[in-house]
Write a protein that binds this ligand. Structure first.
Ligand code: NAI
Ligand code: MG
Length: 346
């Protein structure tokens, strides 16, 4: 049966980096069917909404979704009655039940000097932040009185179990479960669930519990220490941005958002960066975060590990040989960066 991928180029540089990514997919996945849809601002222009029911339905029945980025000044509005591109993004995450956000952080040797941290610190770092994406304080009840405000943080056992399983399953050697169990009741429940899932289902994976403030410190002091970091929504939001600074450029970072088989098991794979309207239409966007997102799609969406590794190694090789797009201080354009990576595909 054909493998069905829905592609959502979105806005700004989105279509410019999606085109070579589609070519990469065609080279690596046999019998692949690619279905492209308007999304974000482009969909607002055509249909008045960032995500139509038809597109959500197409995503639900796909094997995986590859997304570039949405948004731009054209659709910026403070008028709540007008649609915003980001609503498409949220609708997609909710519609596919994407509760697990994975952000690998693997600074490449060729880019060590692009990080604000010293080479000795980041050398050899290869970690994955697994962040809970649909629960916790961001989604809890919010109240406001004249002189106070409240945000409620709630986690159910089931919500913790599923994200913790994602974290253990992704671990190569060890899991650092990050919480604030010395203060927060949700964190105490989190820790109990982590201990039980570890004992019952993943006894061979090394486990440590790290308090979030200590984790933030360790991430910049000794990032090599970590393999998988699994944590709740707000801690993960903050720690994944801290971890991102270990790599050189926003143009290098991929992400995966995953759900459960019960919700269709369709993952969305996308670069961390936005639609970069300041450079859109010039053909100079760095396509590497997009290519590394294709690698995550191959690995987590289609179970094609060796193809995923081939993409990552082709990216490494191109950088080793001196490929630098403008965001990395060089002059290569999108087409040249694409050619350099494709040349290194085994
Ligand atoms: P941005 O990530 O689009 O751009 C920040 C800076 O990084 C810009 O100078 C841009 O030129 C540069 N940059 C980003 N990606 C690059 C790439 N692949 N190659 C070379 N340079 C790159 O963030 P910004 O400017 O805050 O947001 C622009 C628009 O994107 C906004 O409408 C925002 O809402 C949207 N956005 C969408 C996201 C998504 O679709 N997931 C995520 C973040 C922002
Ligand atoms: Mg953030």
């Amino acid at each position: 049966m054909a493998t069905r991928i829905v592609t959502l180029p979105g806005d700004g540089i989105g279509p410019e980096i999606m085109a070579p990514a589609v070519e990469l997919l065609r080279r690596l996945v046999a019998d692949v069917e690619i279905e492209e849809h308007l999304f974000g601002g482009a969909a607002i222009d055509a249909h008045g909404t960032g995500l139509t029911d038809e597109v959500l339905g197409a995503c639900r029945s796909a094997d995986a979704v590859l997304l570039a980025a949405v948004g731009g000044p054209k659709w910026d509005t403070t008028d709540p009655s007008r649609p915003r591109p980001e609503q498409g993004l949220l609708g997609l995450r909710q519609g596919l039940g994407l509760y697990a956000n994975l952000r690998p952080v693997r600074p490449l040797p060729a880019l060590y000097d692009a990080s604000p941290l010293r080479r000795e610190i980041i050398e050899g770092t290869d970690l994955l932040v697994v962040r809970e994406l649909t629960g916790g304080i961001y989604f809890g009840e919010k109240t406001r009185t004249a002189d106070s405000a409240t945000d409620v943080c709630t986690y159910s056992i089931a919500e913790i179990e599923r994200i913790v399983r994602t974290g253990f399953a992704a671990a190569r050697s060890k899991v650092a479960s990050v919480d604030k169990a010395n203060v927060l009741e949700t964190s105490r429940l989190w820790r109990e669930v982590v201990k039980r899932i570890h004992a019952e289902e993943f006894p061979n994976v090394e486990l440590e519990h790290v308090l979030v403030d200590n984790a933030a410190m360790q991430l910049v002091a000794a990032p090599r220490h970590f393999d998988v970091i699994v944590t709740e929504n707000m801690f993960g939001d903050i720690l994944s941005d801290v971890a991102a600074m270990l790599t050189g450029s926003i143009g290098m970072l991929p992400s995966a958002s995953l759900g459960d088989e019960a919700d269709g098991g369709v993952g969305v794979f996308e670069p961390v960066h936005g639609s970069a309207p300041d450079i859109a239409g010039q053909g100079i966007a760095n396509p590497l975060a997009m290519f590394l997102s294709v690698a995550l799609l191959l690995r987590h969406g289609l179970d094609l590990e060796s193809e995923a590794a081939a993409v990552e190694s082709a990216v490494d090789k191109a950088l080793d040989q001196g490929l630098r797009t403008r965001d990395l201080g060089g002059t290569a354009n999108t087409a040249e960066a694409t050619a350099a990576v494709f040349a290194g595909l085994a």
